[in-house]
Design a protein around this ligand. Structure first.
Ligand code: PHE
Length: 449
């Protein structure tokens, strides 16, 4: 017997849950380190353009497809485009979800270790170099990193068992605003660090000579990653949005909140990077190396540090929940009431796959390289820069070219509930501008254009 589809109880609930999916390690861990690696301000400009002209239209398309079909990703394509291969888009997303969970959970595991460091006041008295050494020692302890990673995956699995409304909505609504408050406190503190202007300059003073195809493809990848688009996650959220709610304003709000949080993270991290003599391009440890030094230098740092890592772990958790829910939601819908069994099986599969990236920084798989990348980097690169943009591109093409224009209009106006004067503009973005940009960026990345 099929249950009636759950929908979010309030407008705030949708925005909180979709923002909960979007906001996570992508903002505080990934955004600063890719921005640092690919040149700061110039990267940021391209990234903003990608959010605006590619990410937002793709997010809107995901919402349109999900709400129109009232199903999870594969079933949505099967329902709206029966007897066509469109459902394969959903399977591509599933592949992406397993890969993203497998590497994302590793960094999420780091946050657990950092909570434990913070509780024990481990950072106390350490110089920035000492904090850097602590980080290096930890990531080279494969047993510790893998254990935290698996714990994190299991916690995610347990929460998904609780179901959409209770599990996700309650969590994200209360906790995200607290994370934002802590980031603001950190930003203010960062203004008092020596040399903080250097950080601001790095972030906001674009050096356009640094832009090349690698910068552009990474900026687009970050835009898709941070908005959780292309895997079916946001599509499934679309199916939970009530028929009366405004899809365009929901996606704009999610994109704005999400972008602001990344910037708030950057405004704390980059001044600290320069103040403590670190390199902005030092890679995936950037946030974990720079922020503990900020906590150390401020009064109440113990408490702020502890609270920060707890909230970061929770932000990561709301994202991993949304990833797992993408797959569980599909099979639970198909198999009726077998949600518990499905969640357990999916969680176990994720654990098994996660061993590959989990043991690739240190441990037995350290020297296994494919295309010169270890498993962690390979998963990270292929999900963000390939699978998510391809998935997002297919959402755009489906919405712009397969669905009837009138059906898209019906969704954007919520059956005439809103005027949606911007409809033609949004439609042109979805149908032409965003997909063409994705193609150009890919061709450029492949060296063809
Ligand atoms: N957007 C999330 C983050 O920034 C990551 C994510 C990717 C979530 C894909 C769901 C699906 O942390």
């Amino acid at each position: 017997m099929s249950r009636p589809r759950e929908s979010f109880s309030s407008k705030l609930g949708i925005i909180a849950a979709a923002t909960g999916s979007a906001v996570g390690l992508g903002n505080i861990w990934r955004f600063p380190y890719v921005t640092g690696t690919y040149g700061g301000g110039a990267f940021l400009v391209i990234y903003f353009l990608c959010i605006l002209f590619v990410g937002l239209p793709a997010l809107l398309s995901a919402f349109v497809i999900g709400r129109r079909a009232q199903k999870s990703s594969i079933s949505s394509f099967r329902k709206l485009a029966p007897n066509t291969p469109w459902f394969l888009t959903g399977y591509l997303g599933f592949l992406g979800v397993f890969l993203v969970l497998a590497f994302y959970s590793q960094i999420a595991g780091w946050t657990l270790q950092y909570i434990s460091f913070a509780v024990q006041n481990t950072f106390n008295g350490l110089s920035p170099t000492g904090i850097q050494n602590l980080f290096n020692e930890f990531i080279h302890d494969d047993k510790a990193t893998l254990s935290w990673q698996i714990i994190f995956i299991i916690v995610t699995g347990l929460i998904v068992l609780l179901g959409v409304e209770k599990g996700i909505e309650r969590f994200s609504k209360i906790l995200m605003p607290i994370l934002v408050l802590i980031l603001i406190v950190l930003d203010i503190k960062a203004l008092t660090l020596p040399n903080f202007q250097e950080g601001y300059k790095f972030l906001f003073h674009p050096d356009f000579s640094k832009i090349d195809s690698t910068v552009i493809i990474n900026a687009m990848g970050q835009a898709f990653f941070t908005l959780s688009i292309g895997l079916g996650t946001m599509l499934i959220y679309g199916s939970y949005i009530s028929k009366r709610d405004n899809l365009a304003s929901t996606s704009v709000q999610v994109a704005i909140y999400n972008t602001c949080i990344s910037i708030l993270g950057g405004l704390a991290i980059f001044p600290a990077v320069f103040a403590f003599g670190l390199s902005p391009s030092s890679g995936s440890g950037l946030a974990f190396i720079s922020l503990p030094s900020v906590f150390q230098s401020m009064s109440g740092g113990y408490l702020f540090g502890l609270l920060f890592f707890i909230l970061l772990a929770i932000a990561a958790l709301t994202s991993t929940i949304s990833m797992l829910e993408t797959i569980v939601g599909h099979f639970a819908e198909k198999e009726g009431g077998k949600r518990i069994r499905i969640t357990i099986i999916c969680t176990l599969i994720v654990i098994v796959i996660s061993i590959l990236p989990g043991l690739s920084t240190a441990g037995p798989l350290e020297n296994v390289k494919i295309f010169d990348l270890n498993f962690f980097d390979l998963f990270n690169f292929s999900v963000s820069n390939v699978i998510m943009p391809v998935g997002g591109f297919l959402f755009l093409i489906f919405t712009g070219w397969y669905l009837k224009k009138e059906d898209v209009r019906e969704e954007l106006t919520s059956r005439g509930n809103f005027k949606a004067k911007y409809f033609n503009f949004a439609y042109i973005l979805i149908k032409y501008i965003a997909p063409i940009l994705v193609i150009i960026i890919f061709l450029n990345g492949l060296g063809i254009l």
